[in-house]
Design a protein around this ligand. Structure first.
Ligand code: ADP
Ligand code: MG
Length: 270
């Protein structure tokens, strides 16, 4: 049977659309029925009871839930710091379960940037040295490339003028910026934040949220674990856990601007 020019055109259009989808939708995370049990004495605690979701490149996701709902357990698994009791986790297409400890550590170092509530910076160490740290484990970076990347990362978080300040000479907001620069320096596929604004006053929290929104706008994939429901308004998607299960997973069509919220805050808030 002959194919008409019109059908050829239609096939071409469909193929182009598929290519387009493949280009714009890159899956960074795939969780399939993740369970994590902890044995405590004679009892088994089911911290995660079958969690499944996928996250595409460029999403800014909050993970919320009451204390004990499994947020930290999930974050540890996403960050390759812990392995599930059962289920599959694919990070950027790689099955984490099948990897050995060393391979997992390398994957973590190359693919994931962590931002913690307590900054986790080395004290008495300059901003630039703290940011260079993740690159020390990467043999493809020379000393000068390391320095150059650290400078760029610090400039990207607005600390170009604080490179040689030591951690203990900085405010909480500045320390968190250093920590974010350190998380970004490897150009990771995924940025994981655990209560990253939990120790900061309201103004500084919004300041850091502005920075996360800028990173999101530049295409970074971010997962932000928090118990503060307000933060979901500034992100593109919100996943809620309860008793180790996902009970809600919603996309936000009306992402608020953290910069606008910051401008409306009273200046003497702290
Ligand atoms: P969240 O971060 O949401 O507060 P967690 O992930 O820390 O929740 O904890 C989920 C559940 O798993 C809780 O009941 C907690 O007590 C339990 N749990 C977490 N880590 C461990 C562990 N290492 N050993 C035993 N139980 C744990
Ligand atoms: Mg926790």
């Amino acid at each position: 049977m002959a194919i008409t020019p019109n059908e050829v055109r239609l096939c071409q259009a469909l193929r182009e659309e598929d290519n387009h989808k493949a280009n714009v939708m890159k899956e960074i995370i795939r969780l399939e029925n993740i369970r994590r049990d902890f044995t405590v004495g004679n009892e088994i605690v089911h911290a995660l009871r079958g969690v499944s979701f996928t996250i595409q490149e460029g999403e800014f996701v909050t993970i919320m839930g009451a204390s004990g709902s499994g947020k930290s357990t999930l974050l540890n698994i996403l960050g390759c710091l812990d392995t599930p009791t059962s289920g599959e986790y694919y990070l950027d297409g790689v099955s984490v379960r099948t990897m050995g400890k060393n391979a997992r550590a390398t994957l973590r170092n190359r693919k994931i940037g962590f931002v913690f509530q307590n900054y986790n910076l080395l004290a008495k160490t300059t901003a630039i040295e703290n940011v260079e740290l993740p690159l020390m484990y990467n043999p493809s970076f020379s000393a000068s490339a390391r320095r150059q990347s650290a400078i760029q990362a610090l400039e990207a978080v607005g600390l170009g003028d604080r490179m040689n300040h030591k951690s203990n000479q900085m405010s909480g907001g500045q320390m968190q910026r250093v920590a974010i620069a350190r998380a970004l320096v490897n150009n990771p596929a995924l940025l994981l934040a655990d209560e990253a604004t939990g120790n900061l006053d309201t103004r500084t929290s919004f300041d850091i949220l502005v920075l996360f929104q800028q990173l999101h706008a530049q295409g970074n994939t971010i997962i932000f674990v928090t118990h503060n429901p307000e933060i979901a308004d500034y992100c593109s998607r919100n996943i809620v856990l309860k008793d180790g299960r996902v009970v809600s997973d919603t996309y936000n069509d009306n992402i608020l601007s953290a910069a606008e919220a910051l401008a409306l805050l009273p200046v003497n808030d702290d």
